[in-house]
Design a binder for this molecule. Structure first.
Ligand code: ASP
Ligand code: MG
Length: 423
C-alpha cells in the first residue's frame, strides 16, 4: 500500500480537483491511503473566523464563516451531479458543528476554539473530493480522521497518542482495504479522548501522512506539491535553482534545520524509523521525475543554499572585560528556553556572546532587556543569514561577491555567513 498526500494548492479549484482525479486514474488497482489538506487558503480564512469570534464579534465571525461555506458549496455544485445532495448533507453537518459553537460566548481558551473551527477546513475538502472521485468511478471510502488519530489536549499543537492511534489504524483502516482500493481522509487534525477536535500545528498534513505511512507499513509516501521537485535553493530568491532528484533523510533534516522550506520537519522521523521512501512529486506535471528521499547515502549533492532574511544580531559583552563564562551562557540559554527563542546562529568569544535571531521585535526586546541586567547588549537589525551546504569555492565566491560578511562559521559540510544590509 502507498500513502499519498495532496496539499491545499492541489485542491484549490474545480480544475485542480479534476487534475487530482486524473492523477489517481493512473494508479487504478493500487491500494492508496490518501490524506488531503484544506482547500487553498481555507485554513487562513477559518483562523479569521476564530479571531472574530474570540473578540466577541459574533456577527462578523458568522459572516466570515458564511464565505467559507459558500465557496465550498459552489465548488461542490460545479463538480457534482449525482452525488451533490449527499455531499451537501455531509457539508451541512460540519457547518452546523462550527456554527453551533460560534453562536455561544467564548468561555474557554482561544486555542480550544481555534481547533474546533479550523479543523473543519479539511473535513470540507475531503468530503468534496471523496464524493467527486466516487462520482467519477474512482471508488473510495471517506473517513473522519478524528475517529482514528487520538491526541492529547494541547490544542493547536496536539501530540499523537501512538499506541492508541496505531491500534486504531490497524483495526479500523486495514480491513477497509479488503473492500476498497482507496481510503481518503484528513491530515492536520485529530481528537482527544473526550472527542474534542485538535490540530497538530500549521502545515501538519505532511506529518499526518507520514504517521499513517509508518503505522500502515506503507511501501512509500508521496507528497504531491506545486513544485517540480525539492530544489537546491528557493527559486523565488535564486532563479537559477535546480532540482535535486535524490536525497536522504539526514540531508532533508539538515536543510529544514537551516530554514529551507522543504517538508514539515516532523515528517521525516516516522518514515526514517521504518525506512519508508518519500517521493516529492509535482501534481501539475506528474510525469516529471520529482525527488526521492530515502535512508541510503547520497553522493555528489549540489550546493544547497538557504537564505534567511530579516535577521537580528544581539551582541552581548561583559561590562568589566571579564571572560564570558558558563554561568553567563547558561543564563542566556535559560532565557532562550523561557521565551521560546531558537537562535539561528551563536558564537562565543572571550568577552562576548553573539546570537542571530529571526526578527521578532517583541521577543527580541524582552530578551535584550533581560540580558542587559548582566551584560552590555548591542542590537543590529536587517541582516541576512546565508547557509551553504556542500559549498564549493565558486558558489561561495559568487554568493558573497560585494557583500559585507560580519560573521562566518564553517564545518567540512556547511558554511554560514552573516551578511550586512546592502547600502
Ligand atoms: N490546512 C493546514 C494548513 O494550511 C494543514 C496543512 O495544509 O498541512 O496549515
Ligand atoms: Mg498546506
Amino acid at each position: 500500500m502507498k500513502v499519498f498526500k495532496f496539499g491545499g494548492a492541489s485542491v484549490n479549484s474545480v480544475e485542480r480537483i479534476k487534475n487530482l482525479a486524473d492523477i489517481l486514474e493512473k494508479f487504478r488497482g493500487e491500494k492508496l491511503l490518501i490524506v488531503i489538506s484544506a482547500m487553498g487558503k481555507t485554513t487562513n480564512a477559518l483562523e479569521k473566523v476564530v479571531n472574530a469570534f474570540y473578540e466577541g464579534k459574533k456577527e462578523e465571525a458568522l459572516q466570515l464563516f458564511e464565505l467559507v461555506k459558500q465557496q465550498h458549496l459552489t465548488t461542490a455544485k460545479y463538480l457534482l451531479v449525482t452525488h451533490y445532495l449527499s455531499c451537501e448533507t455531509q457539508l451541512k453537518d460540519f457547518f452546523t458543528e462550527a456554527e453551533w459553537l460560534i453562536h455561544d460566548k467564548p468561555v474557554r481558551d482561544f486555542d480550544y476554539y481555534y481547533d474546533q473551527v479550523v479543523c473543519t477546513g479539511e473535513l470540507f475538502s475531503t468530503s468534496i473530493v471523496s464524493h467527486y472521485l466516487n462520482e467519477r468511478g474512482i471508488d473510495n471510502k471517506w473517513l473522519d480522521v478524528r475517529d482514528i488519530f487520538r491526541t492529547d489536549d494541547d490544542f493547536r499543537d496536539a501530540n499523537i497518542d501512538w499506541d492508541y492511534t496505531g491500534s486504531k489504524v490497524r483495526s479500523s483502516i486495514v480491513p477497509l482495504f479488503d473492500e476498497k482500493d482507496i481510503v481518503l481522509t484528513q491530515g492536520f487534525i485529530g481528537a482527544t479522548d473526550e472527542n474534542e477536535s485538535t490540530t497538530l500545528g500549521r502545515e501538519g498534513s505532511d506529518y499526518s501522512a507520514s504517521v499513517f505511512a509508518n503505522m500502515l507499513d506503507a511501501e512509500s509516501l508521496t507528497i504531491w506539491k506545486d513544485v517540480e521537485a525539492v530544489m537546491n535553493a528557493d527559486p523565488r530568491q535564486f532563479p537559477e535553482a535546480i532540482p535535486i532528484h535524490e536525497l536522504n533523510y539526514d540531508e532533508v533534516i539538515e536543510m529544514a534545520y537551516y530554514g529551507a522550506q522543504v517538508i514539515h520537519p516532523k515528517t521525516i522521523k516516522p518514515l526514517q524509523n521504518k525506512s519508508i521512501p518519500l517521493y516529492v512529486k509535482c501534481f501539475l506535471k506528474p510525469s516529471l521525475q520529482g525527488t526521492e528521499i530515502h535512508n541510503k547515502p547520497v553522493r555528489h549533492l549540489p550546493p544547497v543554499i538557504v537564505l534567511k532574511e530579516k535577521q537580528t544580531m544581539l551582541q552581548m559583552s561583559s561590562r568589566d572585560f571579564s571572560f564570558i563564562g558558563e554561568h553567563h551562557v547558561g543564563h542566556l540559554y535559560s532565557l532562550f528556553e523561557k521565551m521560546h527563542i531558537k537562535p539561528n546562529l551563536t558564537q562565543n568569544t572571550a568577552i562576548s556572546f553573539l546570537c542571530v535571531l529571526d526578527d521578532r521585535p517583541d521577543k527580541i526586546e524582552k530578551l535584550a532587556m533581560a540580558a542587559s541586567e548582566f551584560l552590555d547588549v548591542q542590537v543590529t537589525r536587517e541582516l541576512s543569514l546565508l547557509t551553504i551546504r556542500h559549498y564549493t569555492k565558486e558558489v561561495f565566491e559568487n554568493l558573497t561577491k560585494g557583500k559585507k560578511v560580519l560573521l562566518r562559521q564553517q564545518t567540512p559540510d556547511t558554511i554560514q555567513l552573516l551578511l550586512a544590509a546592502q547600502d
